[in-house]
Design a protein around this ligand. Structure first.
Ligand code: CMP
Length: 140
């Protein structure tokens, strides 16, 4: 089925000027961008997005990192978009990511891991609504 998923190019990858290289991987693999914006998150907005991780030992470092510079946030659309995006990203820890994945090629560490992608249909729905109004999503 055609799905939508939320993708974030994180501050490390924005800082390395590889937004276009990452977008190219989405486009070459059947994912279309239907909404996008660059945002400087603050701790409140990043904390709300990652609310499910509040209380985990890595939460404070995650918020510090995600607010350390601008992020590029997009909605990707395509056949099986949620799983496809996760396949393209590779494992959360870049040390475990398969060769040729975004994280293997662009990430430094489990915190500075280049990209975020929704992990389920329920997460995708919540995460898209967190950053975009329904009217922001374009018909392709
Ligand atoms: P992301 O997919 O954006 O979701 C939460 C983020 O927390 C994750 O990517 C990692 O960058 C970061 N993180 C840091 N430590 C951990 C950990 N032990 N387990 C999962 N995520 C972690």
């Amino acid at each position: 089925a055609v799905e939508r998923t939320l993708s974030i190019v994180k501050p490390d990858a924005v800082g390395k000027n590889v937004i276009g290289e990452i977008y190219s991987r989405f486009e070459k693999n059947g994912l279309a961008i239907v909404a996008a914006k660059m945002v400087q998150l603050d701790a409140t907005r990043a904390g709300g997005f990652y609310a499910e991780h509040r209380g985990r030992p890595f939460f404070d470092d995650l918020i510090t990192f995600m607010t350390s510079g601008p992020v590029m946030i997009q909605v990707l659309e395509g056949e099986g978009a949620i799983a496809k995006n996760r396949e393209l990203m590779g494992a959360t820890n870049p040390q475990d990511a398969d060769a040729g994945t975004i994280r293997a090629d662009f990430a430094q560490s489990i915190d500075a891991n280049a990209v975020h992608g929704s992990d389920s249909a329920a997460s995708a729905e919540r995460e898209i609504a967190y950053f975009f109004a329904a009217s922001d999503l374009c018909e392709r």
